[in-house]
Design a protein around this ligand. Structure first.
Ligand SMILES: *Cc1c(COP(=O)(O)O)cnc(C)c1O
Length: 963
């Protein structure tokens, strides 16, 4: 081999070695602990031979790993085919300035984007505060009582609102009315959601609101898609008097000037916070929102941050009312939402913190004034404006909409095509005087004798262009947090102070079972903020999105190659949404064969809560099947239930390898049983990190799978979102994949309707997974899987003398995660898995997954990205904790007053003058010598869950707290 080719080879492999934590020597040491000569030998012993991939991954041009710089250059070339025009299309998506301090210190800061969902409140106070701020922004602006911590987008938020009011309302009707000026994509998502639930969606003209009857709910858009701002007060009262409930989709910026729906009778308000500083990104990710009246809080879908107290009685934030969630309620949950849009909600909330109420109002007023200038100038040009009232959107009459749109594009502007004779133009925060001039030029094109008016004179005469009764009089965002961080220095320090409270991947491994907290490499993240990706409107003309669509097709092909499926849809915004979409696809398939009656969904008891919750959403009936003592699906029980329900069997939902961390030997037999009864096999692909390159669900019997790109394919968790949950399907199901007909996106006439508001879901984060796959190549991806499995087995083996490993397969091996059974120790000592989780914080670690899938246990998944040193540090901590438990066992530690029960320990507690505990401060703070060099101090003590739910408080602290 020549010198140059060797260097090239090193460059090609360089990223693989950056992504995979343990080097060759460390892997050899880990393998020798397990008694295997090589990774390959370990995999051979573990993964059933009959499901193994034959041959290399068919990744085509991406088979070879690409060096980081080369992959960036390649993606840049693809991105450059996108054309960034000024999109004034509106329809729910607007240009916005992400404040630089937020862009750099949140969006591009791993302390925020690599954090996990804040299930462990004590190490998550920073992001919990930020999300609480988001809830306050939404509650205030909409005028409602309570808001959740983000929805996946506006369309799904409206769909969730529809099912919410059906749950809590008294009406027996199955009719839901959607106003004809609701965003078309919202209508489509609502329609898709309604169908399997037997809800009939009807359209009505807003003027007829008061006349509606015999319906359980109504959806209004405020302002309407064509710009009209209507006074709905009388109509809402009339329709509510007839027993219906009212959902309003509202624009947050407009609400700074308009009377909020909460003040004119809305029961639920939904929308999108995108225009609060989150780039367009070709449709996402953005944080949707849902707020409602206080009395419906227990029925509300999605996550909710609440205030509670810690063990010392100090204020602490935490996720509240988790009892509503799919983790606990399963098919009876209020929704299937798991991963949401936390990072984007944080950005939107910080946009409000940064601008404050006065700043937001100023932005809104300028947008409104400029719209007025534009309206006056268009009128002077002889155009008729269809909407007499408006906030930021004008619908303009024209002889030839196509010609006008083409003129606009020639001037670098996208307008919205309403119909053959109307175009829409929506202004936003970024609109400047120059843009108004440009718009004048576009509209003046071909108008004889056009003479431009003096903009200043026009501006002086601009009036509010909506009914006076709708001018907002109530205050909002009066809490101190929205009024004290307006200098950049203060803002920077506020963001830093919050980030410092949290443990994210930039400080420690996060060994969360099933959630695959692996490296989110910087080179994967960089393309996300390229303007070619971030400044594209989801409904921009195809000619401007060539690069995006090429990247998307390539990623779909890559995922097909890795999963063995024939086709992939990237539309679902999270794993849960993938499950929902996949089940709809299965339903459509059965219906196409005249077997629409098949509605039984078999789900093993070990399944993730989203599985039954999703089945419920598509109107399927869940039948739970048993697991045996080794954690495997009980095939006999499954077989019996499949036989019992043979005629009506729709599908099975299984996770592979199982959430018990085992490669079940009988998976092919399981698939055959289901297929034998005419059912389809849904394989939950959340554990794909144990399969890539080793086995492919589409090849060993699956018909549909979702993947979690925010687990296996390196999209960061963002503190609980964004996510992407694409589905892969076999060839026979490809034509049923989701469309988005309202935006002209149709894969196949047979396809199901939209499951997300944008055709490609969270398109702007897809480059992350593209980069990962391109940089790893076939060899790197397979090595990652093997190393992830190696690391999990190394931990299991090293910890098994101290804690029993609950389930294992052949030769005592586990898959990519392992479950430690704390229950015998809990019985003997009273020390619970929660105590261990909290004590790990004193050691500077994020806890593993607690009590899923088995109550009383901890589930550990190290991933391939953690070095042996970090894994050993974690093992040392777990062993040290086991020694502490032993001291409780042998009486050296008190059963109640010990460092485990009191964990985590704050600096405040440890430095107090009074210390009356039965163990020393040193034991509490520095249980291992290494902690003296680097110590994380949790900002609160153990959060009181019961207190928080009993005294539910889901908004910012009142003024008095600051005095
Ligand atoms: C994470 C996970 C899901 C849900 O995915 P989200 O992206 O959080 O909606 C479903 N099943 C399993 C096994 C998971 O681990």
């Amino acid at each position: 081999m020549t010198r140059t080719s060797l260097t090239q080879l090193e460059a090609r492999d360089a990223f693989i070695a950056r992504h995979i934590g343990p080097d060759a020597a460390e892997q050899a040491a880990m393998l020798s602990t397990l008694g295997y000569a090589s990774r390959a030998a370990l995999i051979d012993a573990l993964v059933p031979a009959n499901i193994r991939n034959q041959g290399a991954l068919p990744l085509g041009q991406y088979s070879q790993p690409m060096p980081e710089q080369e992959a960036l250059a390649k993606l840049k070339a693809i991105a450059s085919q996108n054309k960034v025009l000024k999109s004034l299309i509106g329809q729910g998506y607007y240009n916005t300035h992400t404040p630089g301090v937020i862009l750099r210190n949140i969006f591009e800061n791993p302390a925020w984007y690599t954090a996990y969902t804040p299930y462990q409140p004590e190490i998550s106070q920073g992001r919990l505060e930020a999300i609480l701020n988001f809830q306050q922004v939404i509650t205030d602006l909409t005028g409602m009582g309570i808001s959740n911590a983000s929805m996946l987008d506006e369309g799904t938020a409206a769909a969730e609102a529809m099912t919410l009011i059906q749950r809590v309302g008294k009406s027996k009707s199955q009719v839901f009315y959607v106003a004809d000026d609701v965003l078309p994509q919202t209508r489509e998502v609502v329609q898709t959601r309604a169908e399997p639930l037997g809800i009939e969606v009807r359209t009505f003209a807003p003027a007829e609101l008061a006349e509606l009857h015999d319906c359980f709910g109504v959806l209004l858009q405020y302002p309407g898609v064509n710009g009209v701002v209507r006074d709905y007060k009388g109509g809402v009262a009339a329709v509510k008097a007839k027993g219906a409930m009212v959902v309003v989709a509202a624009d947050l910026l407009a609400l700074t000037m308009l009377t909020p729906p909460g003040e004119w009778g809305a029961d639920v308000v939904v929308g999108n916070s995108q225009r609060f500083g989150v780039p367009l990104g070709f449709g996402g990710p953005h944080a949707g929102y849902l707020s409602t009246r206080d009395e419906f809080k227990r029925s509300m879908s999605g996550r909710l941050v609440g205030v509670t107290i810690d063990a010392q009685g100090n204020k602490a934030y935490r996720l509240a009312l988790q009892t509503r969630e799919q983790h606990i309620r399963r098919e009876k949950a209020t929704s299937n939402i798991c991963t949401a849009q936390v990072l984007l909600a944080v950005i939107a909330s910080m946009y409000a913190v940064y601008h404050g109420p006065a700043g937001l109002k100023q932005i809104a007023q300028r947008v409104h004034r400029y719209t007025g200038i534009l309206a006056a100038n268009l009128a002077a040009l002889g155009y008729e404006i269809s909407n007499a009232s408006y906030f930021d959107t004008l619908t303009v009459k024209t002889d030839n909409a196509e010609a006008l749109l083409a003129t606009a594009v020639a001037h670098g502007v996208n307008l919205r095509k309403v119909d053959a004779h109307h175009v829409g133009v929506s202004l936003d925060e970024t609109t400047s005087r120059d843009d108004l001039e440009l718009l004048w030029t576009i509209f003046a094109h071909g108008v004889k004798g056009a003479a431009k008016a003096d903009f200043d004179l026009v501006e002086a005469g601009v009036q509010l262009a909506f009914p006076a009764a709708l001018e907002r009089s109530s205050a909002y965002l009066s809490h101190p947090v929205f009024n004290r961080y307006h200098s950049e220095t203060e803002m920077l320090r506020y963001l830093r102070s919050l980030a410092d409270k949290d443990l994210a991947l930039d400080r420690t491994m996060i060994p969360l079972g099933s959630c695959t907290m692996k490296l989110n490499a910087t080179s994967e993240m960089i393309p996300v903020t390229w303007p070619e990706f971030s400044n594209i409107h989801p409904f921009a003309p195809d000619a401007q999105t060539v690069g995006y669509r090429e990247m998307i097709v390539q990623l779909e092909d890559m995922l097909c190659a890795l999963t063995g499926y024939a086709a992939v849809s990237l539309q679902p915004n999270a794993g849960s949404q993938g499950e929902y979409a996949g089940l709809l696809v299965i339903k459509a398939y059965h219906e196409s064969r005249g077997e629409g009656h098949r509605n039984i969904c078999l789900i093993p008891s070990s399944a993730h809560g989203t599985n039954p919750a999703s089945a419920n959403m598509v109107g399927m009936q869940v039948v739970v099947t048993a697991c045996d003592a080794r954690g495997n699906v009980d095939l006999a029980d499954l077989k019996a239930k499949a036989e019992l329900h043979s005629k009506n069997l729709a599908c099975v939902m299984v996770t592979y390898p199982s959430t018990h961390g085992v490669f079940e030997e009988g998976i092919q037999e399981l698939c055959a049983i289901i297929h034998g009864h005419g059912g389809q096999v849904y394989i939950d692909g959340a554990n794909m990190n144990a399969l890539v390159g080793v086995a492919a669900p589409g090849s060993f019997g699956g018909d549909v799978s979702h993947l979690n790109l925010h687990k296996t394919f390196c999209i960061p968790h963002g503190g609980g979102g964004p996510g992407v949950g694409p589905i892969g399907v076999g060839a026979h199901l490809a034509k049923f994949l989701p469309n988005q007909r309202s935006s002209g996106y149709q894969r196949d006439v047979a396809g199901i309707g939209a499951v997300s508001a944008a055709p490609y879901g969270s398109a702007s984060i897809l480059p992350i997974s593209w980069m990962y796959i391109a940089m790893m190549g076939a060899e790197g991806l397979t090595a990652a899987t093997e190393t992830a499995i190696l690391a999990a087995n190394y931990i299991a083996r090293r910890l098994s003398p101290h804690y029993p490993v609950l389930y294992s397969g052949h030769d005592g091996l586990v898959a990519h995660e392992c479950i430690l059974d704390l229950r015998p120790l809990t019985d003997a000592t009273g020390i619970s898995n929660e105590d261990v989780a909290k004590r790990l914080m004193d050691f500077g670690f994020h806890a593993p997954t607690m009590s899923f899938p088995v109550p009383g246990t901890l589930m550990i998944e190290p991933t391939e990205s953690e070095s042996k040193a970090e894994i050993d540090r974690f093992i040392d901590a777990m062993v040290a904790i086991r020694m502490e438990i032993a001291k409780v066992e042998n009486g050296e530690f008190d059963r109640e007053d010990n460092p485990l029960k009191h964990a985590p320990h704050t600096a405040e507690v440890l430095t107090a003058d009074k210390w009356e505990r039965k163990y020393s401060r040193e034991v509490a703070a520095f249980p291992l010598p290494s902690l003296r060099k680097q110590k994380y101090w949790p900002s609160v003590g153990r959060a009181d869950n019961v207190y928080g739910d009993r005294n539910l408080m889901c908004g910012c602290a009142p003024m008095s707290d600051y005095e």
